[in-house]
Design a protein around this ligand. Sequence first.
Ligand code: LLP
Length: 431
Amino acid sequence: MLYDNLSVNDRGHLEVAGLDTVDLAAEYGTPLYLLDEDRVRAHCRTYVEAMRKYFPEGSVPLYAGKALCFKGIYPVVDSEGLSADVVSPGEIYTALAAGFPAGKLYFHGTNKTDEDIAYGLRSRVGFFIVDNPNELRALNAEAGRQGVHQKILLRVTVGLDPHTLEAINTGRVDSQFGVPIETGQAARFVEEAMAQENLELFGFHSHIGSQIFESDSFCDQADILIRFAKEMKEKLDYTARIFNIGGGFGVRYVESDPEVDIAGNIREISDHLRKGCAQAGIPMPVILMEPGRSIVADAGVTLYTTGGIKTVEGYRDYVTVDGGMTDNPRYALYKSAYTVLNASHADQAADFTCTIAGRCCESGDRIAEEIQIAKPRRGDIIAVLTTGAYNYAMSMNYNRVPRPALVMLHEGTARLAVRRQTFEDLVACEL
Ligand code: LLP
C-alpha cells in the first residue's frame, strides 16, 4: 500500500485510518472525500518540530490553504501550532469563520483589489505579502485611512526553474508573481517599501514551485535570497528579519514517486542557510515555509461508485464513476498520475487494465488512463488516493454536478465536515 494508513480488512475492503471505505460510502454516499485528520496532524508536527529544531526561534510553517480550504481544517492546523497563508478574502473569511487567529494569517495574492486590501486590513491579518509596487502604494494609503500599522513581506522572484510542471512553477524571472531580483526591480521595491510610513517591512518571500522532492532547489533559492539580503544591507542598511521560502515539497501519488524526508530536507536547508548567512555577514533570519500539498494530499482519498463498464473493441476498457473532473480536475489540467484501487475488492489482483472516466459531457473527463485495478462490477467502490490537496479546493459544478461531501477521520471515528451540495445549493445564487 502507498501509505501506512491504508489496509485491507477481512471483507476484502479497503480501510483508511482503520475505517471501512465501503461502509463509509454506504453511509455518506459517493463521490466522497475522506480526510485522515490524524495523518494531517502528523505532517503538521513533522514541520513544526523540524522547523523549531533547525531554524531560529519564531520559525513556523504556514499552512497554504489553497491546497484545501474549508472551515474544518483550520482548528486542526491551529492546534498543531501552524500559522496560515491565505490568498483571497474568501480564504480569510473561511479561516476567521473557523476561529483561526487573524494575527496568524499571511495574506498573499498577485492581484489584491482595493476591496481585498481594505478587507485584509480590517480583518487585522498578521502580515501582507506584497506582490508589487502598485499594491504597496495602495496598501500604504488604505492602512493610513484605517489607522493601521501593517507588517509586510515583499514577494520577490529568484529566477529559478525547479523543473516541475509549467503551470505550478512560479519562481522564474518571467512570472506574474512578485518582483524579480535579477533585473534590479526588487531592490527598488525594498527601497520604496522602507519609505512607506504605514508599513513595516520584515523581510522577503519567494516561492519556487510545487511538487519538489529535494532540498537542492531550496538551497539555490536560499543563496539568491542571501545575496539579495546582503546587497540590501550594504546599499540601504536594511536587515531582513524574515525569509519566507514558500511551499512546494512533493508527495507520492504513485509508487514510483520518491518519499520525501521533510525533516531531513529542513535540516539541509537550515545548514545551507546558516553557512550562507555567516559567510555573507548577515544575521540568520526567522524562516517561514508554506506547505500545502505535503500537509493534506496524502491524507485524502476520494470514493466513487462504479457505473458503466464498457469495452471499445480494439481500443480499451472504460470504467465510469459518479464523479470525475468536477471533484478532481487535476488529470484534465495536468495529466497528473493517481493510484486507483477497487476498494470493494482490494484483496484481489489488480489485473484489469482500464481508463477511469468521469460523468461529464467532456472527453477530457478522466481520472486515470490505462491503469490496473481489480476488475470492478457496477456498484463497486473505487478509491483514488492522494486527493487531499487541490481536489476539493479546485472542484466545480460543471454539468451541474453537486460538490461531494467531505468526511474527516479522527481516532477511529468519522465526522461529516462538509455536507454534499444539494440541487437547491446549485441555484441558490440565481435570482
Ligand atoms: N506558497 C505559494 C506562494 C504558492 O504559490 C503555493 C502553491 C504554495 C505556497 C503551496 O505549495 P504546495 O506546498 O502545496 O506545493 N493546482 C496545482 C498546484 C498549484 C500550486 C500553486 N502554489 C496542482 O494541483 O498541482
